[in-house]
Design a protein around this ligand. Structure first.
Ligand code: AMP
Length: 288
């Protein structure tokens, strides 16, 4: 595996690969890798000839400075994991390489997809995500780029940006990898105390209960989303370490908030929860 820190070197290394006809896959990450990240990498390895994994804790997507400062880092462990997976390139730019001080600030935004969920509660977050991902698309020029559906709003925002800006990349969404008790894997889980970790398991349990409630209401024509969200909210906050930031049921394509779920329609329930101060997110599809 080759570790690369500069944009020029990354471009050059991939130019020759592309000239040989290699299909390039990109997996952008913020490091502290876990099985969720590795599942994206494995899919890229299966579908592409060359996989580039970027590790970059992107300052422009953190609206809370203490979240940025406390973001877990273990580069040595990450590089060992990438080596073991047979990844060809690790792209590890410094913040100064991505955002030189002498450049004017560019802002990117997709207001129609970011007015609720994390977009509402983390102002500027998706602008930062869009900026860094579009820079990576431009530098790496991947054929395919892999993103987790755990960050469902992020996936939709990035796919929309790629289409709107005519990047010739296929944005691939990958299923959420979970711990045995259902908690979505996340680098932030490492910051949970033992008790908070226990209470965090209520998050997937609550979302699954909403799906079960829908199944139990099969005789009805529609079910009110407020009622379903309240059920999930109460289950999560029955854990004393938990505070729900938002719980919403949305249209899976437009992310617009739904008032009710109708028969044979699909929807997505999404939540953000502070577990003893650590912000975790999760979501799942709903079928009625
Ligand atoms: P992050 O390092 O948290 O920015 O995540 C990098 C990529 O891995 C993003 O596309 C995430 O959606 C994805 N990812 C994070 N956690 C998981 C998970 N548990 N399952 C699948 N993908 C994930």
């Amino acid at each position: 595996m080759k570790s690369i820190q500069t944009i020029a070197e990354m471009r050059e290394a991939l130019e020759s690969k592309r000239a040989e006809g290699a299909k390039v896959g990109l997996v952008p990450t913020m490091g502290f890798l876990h099985e969720g990240h590795l599942s994206l990498i494995r899919q890229s390895q299966q579908e592409c000839d060359v996989t580039v994994v970027s590790i970059f804790v992107n300052p422009t997507q953190f609206n809370d400075p203490s979240d940025y400062e406390n973001y877990p880092v273990d580069l040595e462990k990450d590089l060992n994991a990438l080596e073991k997976e047979g990844v060809q390139f690790a792209f590890l730019p410094h913040a100064k390489e991505m955002y030189p001080a002498n450049r004017l600030k560019v802002q990117m935004t997709i207001p129609e997809l970011t007015g609720n969920l994390c977009g509402l509660h983390r102002p500027g977050h998706f602008d930062g995500v869009l900026l860094v991902v579009s820079k990576f698309f431009n530098i790496v020029q991947p054929h395919r780029a892999y993103f987790g559906l755990k960050d469902y709003q992020q996936f939709l925002v990035i796919r929309t940006m790629a289409r709107a800006l005519d990047f010739s990349v296929e944005v691939v969404g990958c299923e959420t990898v979970r711990e045995p008790d259902g908690l979505a894997m996340s680098s932030r889980n490492a910051r949970l105390s033992e008790k908070a970790r226990e209470h965090a398991a209520l998050i997937p349990r609550a979302l699954n209960l909403v799906q079960k409630t829908l199944q139990d209401r099969k005789a009805q024509y529609s079910v009110k989303c407020a009622e379903l969200c309240e059920i999930a909210w109460d289950v999560i906050e029955s854990g004393t370490q938990n505070r729900v930031e938002y719980m919403e049921i949305v249209d899976p394509d437009t992310l617009q908030k739904l008032d009710e779920i109708q028969k044979d329609r699909t929807a997505r329930i999404a939540t953000a929860v502070f577990c003893d101060g650590v912000r975790l997110i999760d979501n799942r599809p709903l079928q009625f």
